[in-house]
Design a protein around this ligand. Structure first.
Ligand SMILES: Cc1cc2nc3c(=O)[nH]c(=O)nc-3n(C[C@H](O)[C@H](O)[C@H](O)COP(=O)(O)O)c2cc1C
Length: 168
């Protein structure tokens, strides 16, 4: 199964996580950094997709994602499983923690894709997050600012979870 991971990263944290996934996912994944001129047809070559964005500006998508997400409107994700990964800082931004994930979630649904990889909210401390739908985060949320020590374990568990969900 071919898997493409598409990410935006302003300060490098999400890029580092993407590289960890590339190194750890069985069979590997292709990494693509999105940007304004990124070719949306790149999505067509993959059986399954991972989208990763940090949250900026009190609840917004990372800027490269914000510049690119409109370009996705012509692609068709029907029949594709899509896992979402969000980075945020629950200590500094407890009222908009990892909010950007909801924008990716809505876009995937709009384009006909199936979101997998929901993640429990236990172990995080925040007031509000748009990334919580039906009591769970819509994807893996990592906080390398406040909980760096939990990153590796969360990531390993989630990668095993999505490996099974991608195959199912
Ligand atoms: C100006 C600024 C605004 C931010 N806004 C939010 C926010 O609203 N919610 C959140 O969860 N994290 C927020 N963060 C934290 C980042 O999402 C977090 O540091 C992330 O790891 C950065 O990822 P990157 O290094 O890939 O860009 C913000 C960070 C900065 C510098």
């Amino acid at each position: 199964m071919s898997i493409g991971l598409f990410y935006g990263s302003t300060n490098g944290n999400t890029k580092r996580i993407a590289e960890m996934i590339q190194a750890q996912y069985p069979g590997g994944v292709d990494l693509h950094k999105v940007h304004e001129d990124f070719d949306p047809e790149t999505f067509d070559q993959y059986d399954a997709i991972i989208l990763a964005s940090p949250t900026y500006g009190q609840g917004s998508l990372q800027e490269d994602w914000a510049d690119f997400i409109w370009e996705m409107d012509d692609i068709d994700l029907s029949g594709k499983k899509v896992a979402l990964l969000g980075l945020g800082d629950q200590g500094e931004y407890p009222n908009s923690f990892a909010d950007a994930l909801l924008e990716l979630y809505d876009k995937v649904h709009e384009l006909g894709g199936e979101v997998v990889g929901a993640w429990p909210t236990g172990g995080y401390t925040f007031n509000q997050s748009k990334a919580v739908v039906k009591g769970a985060f819509v994807g893996l949320v990592l906080d390398v600012d406040r909980q760096a020590e939990l990153t590796q374990e969360r990531l390993a568990r989630w990668l095993e979870q999505i490996r099974q969900e991608f195959a199912g």
